[in-house]
Design a protein around this ligand. Sequence first.
Ligand code: ADP
Ligand code: MG
Length: 367
Amino acid sequence: MPDIEVRNVTKIYEERIVALYKVSVKVFDGEYVCIIGPSGSGKSSLIKVISGIIEPDEGEVYIGGRLVNNVPISERGLGLVMQDILLFPHMNVWDNVSYGPLVRGLGYDRAEFIGNEVLRSMSLHLRRSAMPHELSRGTQQKVAIARAVAAGARILLLDEPLGSVDPRAAKTLRFELRHLVKDLKLTALHITHNQEEALSIADRIIVMRKGRVEQVGTPFEIYARPKTPFIAKFIGGEASFLEGLVEETMDGRVKVNLGEEHVLVESSIGFRIGEKVVLGIRPEHVSIVRAGGSRPDNSISGIVKEVNFLGSYYRYMVETGGGNVLVKVPRLSAPSVSIGSRVFLTLDRAYIFKYPREGLDKAIAYE
Ligand code: ADP
Ligand code: MG
């Protein structure tokens, strides 16, 4: 049962750098979990604690239900794959992949069987005689993963494995990686700084920030129900934030005063009248129309300050009384507005958050 459980793990480096603070996460048997977060948020430290490269100051790590603190790296049944590709440069693909089973003393026939199975499942069997330097970085990384699997790893710990692969190839490889893990019934914990990669292949995503777990959920939950302004900004990208005061609360809805105007937003949590709040607005959740005709219900007025053509989308920066709002509209449904146009924005959806104690700027800062 190759599952992973991290309980209450704290790791503090010298000079009181808190890399992990009371982190608890669980990765279930057969699951593909991605970790994302700004750089320095503790992603690599978490994988190092699980693999045994570093010992936590506090807390426990369980693999397959067994406490592995103090169990050596080689006995944890893991395959660790990092951004820097580590293949034996003087050995061909086949020798790299069959090395693990041979070292485990499985005998030549068994090593050959396992090596072949893994190469086939990763569509690498035609490259078995190639030397690492003859392969693209993406294929080299596949060989590195094949080698870890052939050596008996049931759990893959991947620290930005596609980070140095050409982005085009990485887009295909991410799906191959997921298929490999699912086909071979492995369990994977995959760090990436690419949120699109995480959203597209993970069963669940762990978002880390400043050594803590900020939110865990399915890609849909993380995108559609961000728990904090930080998550709303970090996932999806280009969210705008407006500060306001709660004016009225109704059944599942809150009326927010934005200074010059007010909007109604849905909310599953309660707010007090007069309470300071933040609205998080995704660019794809705003409709924009040119002012002039009748004003849409529940809309905010503003002036277009910037228009960018992005191929399939137009992006507008709109100045409103409460602050700037970014809007993205598919090209074919874009309104005819230009810089200086007065527009009405309708929020098809907005996230409402309690005003963060540390202030909005700090709450959404990546650092
Ligand atoms: P991430 O992988 O999310 O970028 P890391 O886990 O590598 O983050 O690092 C978390 C924090 O711990 C950072 O502030 C980093 O500078 C610090 N850190 C990492 N490794 C060491 C180390 N060996 N000694 C001191 N500080 C470290
Ligand atoms: Mg890292």
